[in-house]
Design a protein around this ligand. Structure first.
Ligand code: 4NP
Length: 159
């Protein structure tokens, strides 16, 4: 089983969108028994809350489920439970590094999966209001991540 964790600041806009989008793709590919997806925020303000209305509307428009999703805070134990920790921006990565156990952890920035994009961070729609922009980046980033996972893990492990 491969475990993927998306991380942003509040865990109500970007990382839950990425969680829902990747889970949707994983299910479509029939890999849901093999790849497990979660998300967390480095802040604790929204713990227990469903995704932001903007993320919910966006996901509704693409018919992607966000059922049973609730915000939680990133914690030390996540370092040992997840194979891939994907941060939305530089400050998320810095915040994760500051959690005990994070100094040496391997972190991936979502935009590092998309080297041809000019943007190097996923803009925060909590401030920009642009949830479509996040979807475009997250959708492409999830495709790139799945390709990377399929390359890094043998088919025997994945199937
Ligand atoms: P997110 O957006 O990190 O993409 O979930 C934010 C949500 C809430 C806050 C900041 C960013 N906030 O300050 O409450």
């Amino acid at each position: 089983m491969i475990h993927v964790l998306f991380v942003c600041l509040g865990n109500i806009c970007r990382s839950p969108m990425a969680e829902a989008v990747l889970r949707h793709k994983v299910k479509e590919k029939g890999l849901h028994q093999l790849i497990q997806v979660d998300s967390a925020g480095t802040g604790d303000w929204h713990v227990g809350k469903p995704p932001h209305e903007g993320t919910r509307n966006l996901l509704d428009s693409y018919r992607i489920s966000y059922a049973n999703m609730a915000a939680r805070q990133f914690e030390s134990a996540d370092f040992s439970q997840f194979n891939y920790i994907i941060c939305m921006d530089d400050s998320n990565a810095a915040n994760v590094r500051n959690v005990p156990g994070g100094e040496e952890a391997e972190l991936i920035k979502l935009m590092d999966l998309l080297p041809d994009e000019t943007l190097r961070e996923v803009p925060d729609p909590y401030y920009t209001g642009n949830f479509e922009e996040v979807y475009r980046l997250v959708d492409a980033g999830c495709d790139a991540l799945l390709e990377r996972i399929e390359k890094e893990h043998s088919l025997v492990e994945l199937r």
